[in-house]
Design a protein around this ligand. Structure first.
Ligand code: NAD
Length: 389
């Protein structure tokens, strides 16, 4: 069968197996074009099938020669329906890494459950004995409590007052004003429960208890701060509360594992097109403008360039990790540069449906979004039948 992109409300429901494999290959090629580095060798990636987690996995495997075990939750394909992109990405990654003699496995399971932790720990013992890096890169709208089964839902809302700003519909190419009502108190705690650090800590506790953490192990999770423009809906909104919790958890993990010299950080990354960021109001329009400005200044990066720079320059740089005054790694340093943000502010007001393509890099936004699902690659003949299994 053939498959085309089917997009509903910023979510693409289909994926192309060969296109996903090509996207993985392109990230591998980038890492291989860079000097090797001496980083982690035995890595657990929680949420390594797409976005920042996948790029972290590729950078550590192909840049530092690491064996990697990945946990992600994917829908498999059927004769008639494609799998999720992460399913095809995992398969492609595992094949390509194994072909180079690297340990590479993926477990398809709910990372929030204790059962998955048990399975992962058994596999870690068999594959590596112990791990020296845990990348924690989950992004999910929901999380079942692993003890009670109660389902918590996160939301993306401002706090205190209604937030009104411009937003883009990339498919229609229209810019409209959106208003988001503030969250009520009862919506904050569930968002923190889903996207905060509780589950990250549960992973570390389970790994420590099972004695599969190497002395001096490191762990990293990802956060975002962003500009004034998105502050109300992101950093000062419900998700910001969760990110504050995640950042506090990094310190707790370092403290909790100090007897084995563990170190955990949060890295504040650049805003990029991923399956998660595409559903945040206002953010896709901001990203489209940001891309245009960062490309003009020749400082644009994608997920793989960000993760490679993080490992090589900020973590495994032969000295101590480079952190800000809050102990966070800052990969958003270029995005947040004064000259970049001054341009964002200067140009934001002039963006309308009519000026969208001239004022922003909406084309790259759309093309990056399609590529996340394996579509839009010149190298692939999309009229050819593909096997979804
Ligand atoms: P993504 O959607 O591309 O990746 C999320 C990963 O989590 C996928 O591998 C998915 O399979 C996995 N996952 C979700 N629920 C799961 C579950 N129950 N069990 C197992 N796996 C599950 O998202 P992303 O943008 O790469 O986000 C990763 C992290 O980076 C998040 O913490 C996000 O807030 C942060 N971040 C993203 C951006 C951005 O602009 N995209 C910027 C800064 C920080």
């Amino acid at each position: 069968m053939t498959v085309e992109p089917r997009i509903r409300n910023g979510i693409c429901m289909t994926a192309h197996p060969k296109g996903c494999a090509l996207a993985v290959q392109k990230e591998i090629d980038y890492v291989k074009s860079q000097p090797k580095f001496n980083g982690a060798k035995k890595v657990l990636v929680v949420g390594g099938s797409t976005g920042y987690g996948l790029s972290s996995r590729i950078s550590l495997a192909f840049g530092s020669g690491a064996g990697t075990l990945n946990i992600s939750f994917e829908k498999e394909g059927s004769e008639k329906r494609p799998a999720t992109p992460g399913f095809y990405n995992n398969r492609a990654f595992d094949e390509k890494a194994k072909a180079e003699g690297l340990i590479a496995e993926s477990i398809n399971a709910d990372a929030f459950s204790h059962e998955t932790r048990k399975i992962a720990i058994e596999r870690i013992k068999e594959l590596f004995g112990k791990v020296d890096m845990i990348v924690y890169s989950l992004a999910s709208p929901v999380r079942p409590d692993p003890d009670t089964g109660e389902l918590y839902k996160s939301c993306l809302k401002p706090l205190g007052e209604t937030y009104t700003a411009k937003s883009v519909n990339p498919e229609k190419g229209t810019v409209t004003e959106v208003s988001i009502e503030p969250a009520d108190e009862s919506e904050i705690a569930p968002t923190v429960k889903v996207m905060g650090g509780e589950d990250w800590m549960l992973w570390i506790k389970a790994l420590k208890e099972a004695d599969v953490l190497e002395d001096g192990f490191k762990s990293i999770a990802y956060s975002y701060i962003g500009p004034e423009l998105t502050m109300a809906v992101y950093r000062k909104g419900t998700i910001g509360k969760a990110k504050e919790h995640l950042e506090a958890t990094a310190k707790e993990i370092t403290e909790f594992t100090k007897d084995i010299n563990g170190q955990a950080w949060v890295s504040v990354n650049k805003a990029l097109v991923t399956r998660s960021s595409s559903v945040i109001p206002v953010v896709p329009l901001y990203i489209s403008l940001l891309f245009k400005i960062m490309k003009e200044k020749e400082i644009h990066e994608g997920c793989i360039e960000q993760m490679q720079r993080m490992f090589v320059q900020k973590i495994y740089n032969g000295s101590t990790a480079i952190v800000d005054e809050e102990g966070r790694l800052r990969l958003d340093d270029l995005e947040m540069r004064d000259d970049v943000q001054a341009e964002v502010e200067k140009r934001w007001d002039s963006i309308t449906s009519d000026t969208l393509s001239e004022m922003t890099d909406i084309e790259t936004y759309k093309s990056d979004f399609l590529k996340l699902h394996g579509f839009g690659f010149d190298e692939i003949d999309y009229t050819e039948d593909v096997d979804f299994l």
